[in-house]
Ligand binder design. Sequence first.
Ligand code: PEP
Ligand code: MG
Length: 328
Amino acid sequence: TAAAGPSVVEGPVTTRDGRRIAIVANIADAKDARRAAEVGAEGVGLLRTELTFLSAATEPTEADQRAGYAATMAPLRGTPVTVRTLDAGADKPVPFLAVAPEVNPALGVRGQRLFDEAAGDAAERSSTIGSADRAGVLDRQLAAVVGGAADAGVELKVMAPMISTADEAARFVARARAAGAEQVGVMIEVPAAVLNAPELLAEVDFVSVGTNDLTQYVFAADRQSGPLAGFNDPWQPAVLRLLDQLCRAAAITGTPVGVCGEAAADPALAVVLVGLGVTSLSAAASALPAVAARVASVDVATAQRAARAAVSSRDVASARAAVRDLLG
Ligand code: PEP
Ligand code: MG
């Protein structure tokens, strides 16, 4: 039988030569938060806020939302918690925010596009609620998140899903700051966001890569499709090349890059991400102890060699094999 791995994160986590890497959790509710605290997560890199909305027939009140966020974050008092604003649409349909049926919902009015003025006219015609009300949904959520974080005593960061351009990022940042958020970022999950990185990064305090969506959009392969599952693999060199490009742009602007998709849950791939320049890894609590131990076992030069090997591989199998050969 395999030796049991570490059961907790021995933080603060650094590489062997002292580069600080935040090992943080993906959570959706208070149970996840307690689990994250138990394993020694250094905070939360992705609080998915869809849970209360997915089952709601109408918008929860701001007070109810605030109480819910405070309860969810309470086990993580004193740590940094990154909250993602509502990511409705496609694989996360929210009944009261439904837009008229779209031929390709994953390419439709989803995530921040629902609340952003650029998509406003189109969404206005197709949504079951008007654009002013939709804008209010985001503003009330932002106010509830800021209040809930203060109640729970966490260090709040907020970020928006499905951002593609510098203008979308700037509009979100303005709204989040107006609600009282101090640290504001965006998710990188659309290839255009990477291609627009020099301008987009100038608008935000941090970015966090959602490799699940980024991979589906790089390959034009639905993340929920069984037959196309081979494309939806975070070891795909095409995805790693985009991450490389993003990290190079972020090194110039000095913007911290995190990863909160499935990629961060794989210890060997986590080393590759560190080698590319990622400084925050967020995954389900159960994955964190092994990721932390792996990251702590390498120095940055080794991680960079692993990153070069993976990025220059021709396919998933050779990327995995090359990194396994290097790391043992
Ligand atoms: C992602 O897309 O990688 C991500 C972290 O967000 P979600 O899986 O919730 O879409
Ligand atoms: Mg996503």
